[in-house]
Design a protein around this ligand. Structure first.
Ligand code: FAD
Length: 73
């Protein structure tokens, strides 16, 4: 197998327009909103969300105290 100068195998690399770290509510909503904005502008962007947890939602904390009533201005 080919190696780099440090004797390690070459790294895989992937290009994206936007990299979001963390698949919590903030990261996921940012990713969705960016894609929606791009679609509304008639363009397309690539967005990747990186999550250190074993799966999306694995690190989201909830005390199960959820207010189901939406706030109105
Ligand atoms: C004890 C507790 C109970 C709660 N209960 C409720 C509730 O009942 N109802 C409610 O609405 N809200 C509740 N909350 C609040 C809610 O959890 C937060 O408001 C919400 O999760 C914040 O979302 P966030 O996306 O900003 O951050 P987070 O949810 O913390 O998401 C950040 C994500 O980034 C990931 N991450 C961090 N560093 C890296 C890295 N270097 N590389 C890759 N991934 C990374 C984490 O694994 C995590 O998944 C509670 C919070 C706590 C602490």
């Amino acid at each position: 197998m080919a190696t780099n100068g440090a004797g390690l195998p070459p790294r895989d690399a992937m290009d994206f327009d936007v990299v979001i770290v963390g698949a919590g509510p903030s990261g996921l909503s940012a990713a969705i909103h960016l894609k929606q904005l791009a679609a509304a502008a008639g363009s397309e962007i690539s967005v990747v969300v990186l999550e250190k947890g074993s799966e999306v939602g694995a690190h989201i904390l909830s005390g199960a105290v959820i207010d189901p009533v939406g706030q109105t201005a």
